[in-house]
Design a protein around this ligand. Structure first.
Ligand SMILES: Nc1nc2c(ncn2[C@@H]2O[C@H](COP(=O)(O)OP(=O)(O)OP(=O)(O)O)[C@@H](O)[C@H]2O)c(=O)[nH]1
Ligand SMILES: [Mg+2]
Length: 315
């Protein structure tokens, strides 16, 4: 991943800019936090771990304070497939390149090996790291600090915040502190841009989100989505056809459901979110295709739009 070079010429001292990672183990609420910080849905969210599969950017432009480019990362875990291995490697690269880190943890659970692993990776970056203890809304009064010390003890973080990403609680304090710490610099993206993802990618992600939300067991993780056709038919109607890829025939049958009921449900929900995202009517057609072992084969991963480094297959 190549970040943008920045020139400091003629930038008022009051305007800051920088890249900030959102890092943590799966399911702690990084993508929820990104969406609430930006005020737009840029990342899909589900209650299942390992929802995010790319290091996507969400851009916050504030005319008085500057611009922050947040980089959401896939939850860091022990990878079981080439796909997970390569996306976690990309997340590790991001951690080397950004200006600041928001290390997100779950206030309702004690720190686990995953949190400790990330704390170790961030050990020499702790002065440029805020620890965000998320989901405090889930804890009853009096227990909100249950695991706070255990998390704080994971490193010498610059600051610690207790937040609820879902309810946007504590986020203003995080932003105020962040703007204080970031370097003086110019906006790196146009002020009306809020993500680096293309419309097509966003649409495929919104479909994948519904698969994650509406199927269980191994199906969500064995699924990928790509867009086959994307055509503006009239001023207010866009035709989109997309393919949901699974690994096995049995999974295909589950995604389609009895008399196509499950696929219809996924399509209906996706159509509504895509339509509201694009601000136009859409006609959505979904197909299901079996691509055996796609998560473990470099060529198939690349065909499906995943970035896989040549050496990712080794080790
Ligand atoms: N109650 C509560 N739930 C939250 C909060 N933040 C996130 N969640 C929920 O936690 C689940 C996981 O949220 P995500 O934002 O997808 O988590 P993530 O860290 O991006 O997960 P991965 O992409 O899998 O690494 C979802 O069901 C969210 O609604 C919060 O502040 N409070
Ligand atoms: Mg996520």
């Amino acid at each position: 991943m190549i970040l943008i070079c920045r020139k400091k010429n003629n930038v008022p001292e009051s305007l800051k800019s920088g890249f900030v990672s959102l890092v943590g183990r799966p399911n702690v609420g990084k993508s929820t936090l990104l969406n609430h910080l930006i005020g737009e849905k840029v990342a899909i969210v589900s209650k299942r771990p390992q929802t995010t599969r790319s290091c996507l950017r969400g851009i916050l432009s504030d005319p008085d304070r500057g611009q922050v480019i947040f980089v959401d990362t896939p939850g860091i875990h022990k990878p079981k497939h080439l796909m997970a291995k390569s996306i976690i490697e990309q997340a590790m690269h991001v951690l080397q390149e950004v200006d600041w880190h928001l290390f997100v943890v779950d206030a309702t659970e004690a720190p686990g090996p995953g949190d400790r692993f990330i704390a170790d990776v961030l050990a020499n970056k702790a002065p440029q790291t805020f620890l965000l203890v998320n989901k405090v809304d889930k804890l009853p009064k009096g227990q909100k600090e249950q695991f706070l010390k255990a998390y704080t003890d994971l490193g010498h973080f610059r600051k610690v915040f207790q937040i609820s990403a879902k309810h946007s609680e504590g986020l203003d304090e995080v932003m105020t502190a962040l703007f204080k710490e970031l370097p003086v610099g110019p906006a790196l993206y146009p002020e009306d841009e809020y993500t680096d993802q293309t419309e097509r990618v966003m649409v495929a992600e919104l479909i994948r989100e519904q698969v994650f939300r509406r199927t269980g067991n191994e199906i969500p993780h064995a699924t990928s989505v790509y867009i086959e056709q994307y055509k503006q038919r009239t001023a207010d109607l866009t035709y989109i056809s997309a393919v949901i890829v699974v690994e096995r025939d049995t999974q295909k049958r589950i995604v389609i459901g009895k008399q196509g009921q499950k696929l219809k449900e996924i399509g209906e929900a996706a159509r509504l979110t895509i339509s509201s995202f694009l601000g136009t009517q859409i006609y959505l057609e979904l197909f299901v295709k079996v691509m055996p072992h796609w998560r473990n084969e470099r060529k198939k991963l690349m065909e499906l739009g995943y970035e896989v480094e040549r050496n990712a297959e080794k080790g």
